[in-house]
Write a protein that binds this ligand. Structure first.
Ligand code: SAM
Length: 280
């Protein structure tokens, strides 16, 4: 018996290649995320929890249930499948860029306010890193800032809004920031910190699907969209970047993840290095 067969035999629910194909197609049409073959096991692990929670007998029933009850099951289905890996000050050069270039230029131009959008904000580490950077960098400059953070996954968005993290998540943050921006939990909350209210209140969180038509009702000076489009196909990336262009001020910035690029996707930007792009 092969390792794959042995794994399949030990499963609680029968999960065939046809089930996987069907479910990844549904997922792709709603999220834009292309799912490679090696994710079959991940799909089983995450979705079998839904089969159990709904007290269904197998994946045939789950697929039928999902299709008949998209309004209620669509969200848990998508939430179960998104990949939300993130951390505070991930790719720190992007936060240095905010401080050294974006805020400094705004000050020079006597620009009153800087508008930032964290698109695909996951559990909040990215927008809170932006918020800490902007609070410090704008202090005493007369420059104000606004931050909107969006994600498709409603579970991670709720966690982002709560702003509660295990202590080890903030290990790499310098002492001054820890003191200024986090409260330590006590009693049953020992081992956790919470982002202070004044920082949490600076961020507007909202659910948003980046593959649907977007109207944020605003134009931004910086859009962070990092480690989100990595699994989108080319057409989906092209359409999304066109939507970003419509939401950026002239000469504004789009910041992507380290393994993402606008090469072959858009000519509207100049690359400044470190996956920072400036609108022409
Ligand atoms: C790997 S996390 C990246 C988090 C953060 N930007 C960072 O770089 O640390 C990717 C996030 O993109 C979100 N996402 C995936 N597809 C999306 C879509 N179609 N619309 C909006 N958000 C999406 C996921 O829910 C997930 O939270």
């Amino acid at each position: 018996m092969s390792a794959t067969d042995a794994k399949a035999e030990s499963r609680e629910f029968n999960f065939t290649w046809a089930h996987f194909e069907h479910l990844r197609k549904i997922s792709m049409s709603h999220t834009g995320i292309q799912v490679p073959d090696i994710k079959q096991e991940m799909f089983y692990a995450r979705l079998s929890k839904r089969v159990r929670a709904l007290r269904l007998n197998d994946f045939d029933q789950y697929i039928r249930y999902l299709e008949d009850n998209w309004d209620s099951e669509g969200t848990p289905f998508i939430n179960a499948l998104t990949t939300n890996l993130t951390s505070f000050f991930r790719e720190n050069h992007h936060f240095n860029f905010l401080k050294k270039t974006v805020v400094a230029a705004a000050q020079q131009k006597k620009q009153r306010s800087i508008k930032i959008w964290s698109a695909g904000c996951s559990t909040g580490e990215e927008p809170y890193s932006i918020a800490m950077t902007m609070t410090e960098a704008c202090s005493g400059t007369g420059v104000e800032w606004e931050l909107t953070a969006t994600d498709l996954d409603t579970d991670v968005l709720a966690r982002a809004q709560r702003g509660v993290y295990a202590l080890d998540r903030i290990e790499g943050i310098d002492q001054d920031k820890k003191k200024r921006f986090f409260m330590k939990g006590t009693g049953p909350r020992a081992g956790y910190v919470r982002v202070k209210e004044e920082l949490r209140n600076k961020i507007q969180f909202r659910q948003l699907n980046l593959i649907k038509p977007i109207d944020m009702g605003d134009r931004y000076d910086v859009i962070f969209c990092r480690n989100v489009v990595i699994y989108f196909d080319r057409d989906t990336k092209v359409k999304l970047v066109e939507q970003f262009v419509r939401h950026l001020q002239p000469k504004a910035y789009l910041i992507m993840g380290h393994s993402e690029s606008l090469h072959g996707i858009s000519n509207a930007f100049e690359g400044l290095g470190n996956t920072i792009y400036q609108l022409n």
